[in-house]
Each structure stands twice: as structure tokens, then as C-alpha cells.
Ligand binder design. Sequence first.
Ligand SMILES: Nc1ncnc2c1ncn2[C@@H]1O[C@H](COP(=O)(O)OP(=O)(O)OP(=O)(O)O)[C@@H](O)[C@H]1O
Ligand SMILES: [Mg+2]
Length: 244
Amino acid sequence: MSLLEIHNVCKNFKIGNESVSVLNDLTLTVNKGELVCLLGVSGCGKTTFLRLISGLEKQTSGTILINGTQYKIRNRTVNMVFQEPRLFPWLSVQDNIIFGLKRNDHSKAKNLKVTEIINKLGLSPYIHEMPYKLSGGIAQRVALARAIVTEPELLLLDEPFSSLDSITKNSIMEDLLDLWKSANMTIIHVTHNLDEAIMLAQKIIVLKYRNNSTECFDIMNLSYPRNPESDYFKELKSKVFNSY
Ligand SMILES: Nc1ncnc2c1ncn2[C@@H]1O[C@H](COP(=O)(O)OP(=O)(O)OP(=O)(O)O)[C@@H](O)[C@H]1O
Ligand SMILES: [Mg+2]
């Protein structure tokens, strides 16, 4: 069953005196519970695409439906994590994480859920720290926790691990996979890293530069954890690379 439907979406930006078409007649669907990785060359419109879905930006034409209805800002079904953690510097880690919860949403069950997410992401030693004391990797984990505690149906990740070393990144990716399996979440994860995409995704979508086409690789049947040394992995990586 589809959660997100994109129908003939176009997005133009005015750059100088010119109107530039960034997304052109884009149509695709994402099913409930899917983990999708979105790839494409720099400037092809990946961030723009996420911003349209989250309601931060409005499409020039076309329709975006979430659960069959047009998305409204402030609707809590969608949450986004950016390339930088964007934590509130005046709040502790714990207060950053619970910031997005509704004021009255501090039931016992909710508190247990928040504690579970904090533990799963290895954040319990840091909950009373202020953001300036955190390493980039920990800060990005806090940003992820802050987005996940609100239990979004659709989580949008815009290259959140791109500035991390590969060991830290792999460990966050494993935690993300665990959280995705246990929570009933749909994820669209933008990355430039092909290995990361093949490690995580059920579906890889390559967005072509200023074009209306996408190429889709369905790898739902490939079990986790995936082995980057396997022939299948290497073959798929080269296919995805050649589709750019
Ligand atoms: N608010 C804006 N005003 C004008 N042009 C914009 C705006 N936002 C994005 N663009 C342009 O739209 C194009 C796509 O930008 P976008 O940030 O979506 O690309 P991207 O695929 O996310 O790139 P990267 O991989 O480098 O993050 C770029 O040419 C960018 O300059
Ligand atoms: Mg981007």
C-alpha cells in the first residue's frame, strides 16, 4: 500500500533572470514501511524533493499525496533530519530529543518509548550534556532520536551521515536499521554513498539530472546484513553507478 504518491511534480527556481526546472514531471510512489535510498548527482534536486514532501517548499505544479491526502505543514506524519544536526544550543540532549513531542504527550508509555530510543541510539550517557560538548556523530544521533521520538510515518533523511567517519557511520546505520525494523516507519534516505545505499535500502531510486526520469532498483528480497564483498553487491553497485 502506498504511503507517498508523487504525481507529475515540477519544481522551477528562479536563478538570476532564468527560471530553471529542477524537477520535471516527476512521478513515483513509496510504499508504507519501505526504506528507500535516493541517489543522484549533486544539484539534481534531492534536497528539493525532500523539502517538497515535508511541506517546507511548494511544488510549481503536480500533486504530492501522503496517505492519499495533500500534506499540510504542521502535520506530524513527516519528520526530516538534515545534513547538520541543527540542535537547539540552549537545550540539553534530553530536552532536544523531547522538543518535538506534544506538550501533553508525556505519558508513561511515551516516556518508555523515548528511553528505549535513547538507549538504542547509545545516547543515555549524554542526556544531560549541552550540544556544544558533543562530537558530530553523537550530535547526529541526537538529531535522529529527536525525529524518531515523534513517531513519524515518514522519516526523511538528507545525507545525515555524510560528514562522519566510516566506523561511526556504520554503527549509526546499524542502529537506524534496527529502529526501522522495530518502528513502523517509512524512510527516504538521501545519500551520495553507493555502499550506504545498498547496505540500507529496500529500494534504490536514482534521480536523473534535470530530467523527468528516475531509475529504480528493487532489492527488497536481499536479506540484511548485506555483504559488500559479495559478487551481487559489487554487481549492483556498478549497475547503480552506471544509471546516473
Ligand atoms: N531556494 C532556491 N532558490 C533557487 N535555486 C535553488 C533553491 N534551492 C535549490 N535550488 C537549486 O536547485 C537545484 C537543486 O538543488 P538541491 O539542493 O535540491 O540539489 P541536491 O540534489 O540536493 O544536491 P546535493 O547533492 O549537492 O545536495 C540546484 O541547482 C540549486 O541551486
Ligand atoms: Mg542536497
